[in-house]
Write a protein that binds this ligand. Structure first.
Ligand SMILES: Cc1cc2nc3c(=O)[nH]c(=O)nc-3n(C[C@H](O)[C@H](O)[C@H](O)COP(=O)(O)O)c2cc1C
Length: 207
């Protein structure tokens, strides 16, 4: 059975446009594959641990090929558990609003917790990073109020949102990526029409 992990990076609940477009994608996917197993993460309500000194040290210890001891070992075990929920999925669905040119900090917090050596990536001193996730697919829904690929940059903003997400997923080994953009969402002649078209595009992609 295919497992899909759905991450809602907007805290706006029912008002969220990125979540609504991602929901349209998921509804169409479920209609096509009724047996799909869906795990939803809301990083705004999830109990994400601070990536503090012990955790950062634990990461660097593993990166260095050593074994964590004491408090660092306990922290590392917690991180492995949280990251495993992500790594065991076959597919990923992200709803991501642009926040100040980039992604909401709670999503970045989640990525900082799970993006770990030996779990999502490896490192070769001669060749660099390599991904450990194999055969997975990611669907990313982006919204932004003012930024659009069609508008001049940087006057309307710079897209660190999709650039960062693609770079991170690629480093983890996820290269099968599809992107759905509802951009811009604010102060446009037909934002409701654009919203409906984005949901239809999402549903069409899922089918
Ligand atoms: C904290 C915050 C920062 C934002 N920063 C940007 C930005 O840099 N560029 C932009 O085009 N829109 C920005 N927006 C607008 C949102 O990206 C836009 O309203 C989007 O549709 C929100 O997605 P959501 O409905 O899923 O929450 C920002 C909104 C918030 C709340």
């Amino acid at each position: 059975m295919t497992k899909l992990f759905y991450i809602k990076a907007s805290p706006r609940g029912e008002s969220s446009r990125s979540v609504a477009v991602a929901d349209a994608y998921l509804a169409a996917l479920r209609a096509k594959h009724p047996d799909i197993e869906v795990d939803v993460l809301d990083p705004w309500t999830a109990d994400l641990p601070e990536f503090d000194g012990d955790r950062a040290n634990a990461k660097l210890t593993v990166f260095d090929g050593q074994t964590n001891q004491g408090a660092q070992a306990t922290r590392w075990d917690e991180i492995v558990k949280i990251a495993t929920r992500f790594t065991q999925a076959d597919r990923y669905l992200f709803a991501i609003p642009m926040w100040n040119g980039s992604i909401p900090y709670k999503l970045k917090h989640y990525i900082d917790v799970i993006h770990q050596p030996g779990l999502l990536f490896g490192f070769d001193p001669a060749k660099g990073y390599f991904g450990l996730l194999k055969g997975k697919k990611a669907t990313l829904v982006y919204t932004s109020g003012a930024f659009s690929q069609a508008f001049p940059s940087p006057a309307f903003g710079v897209d660190h949102q999709s650039a960062y997400m693609r770079a991170w997923l690629n480093q983890a080994g996820v290269t099968d990526i599809e992107e759905i953009r509802y951009q811009p969402t604010i102060l446009t002649p037909d934002s409701e029409g654009d919203f409906a078209r984005a949901k239809a595009q999402a549903a069409g992609l899922a089918r």
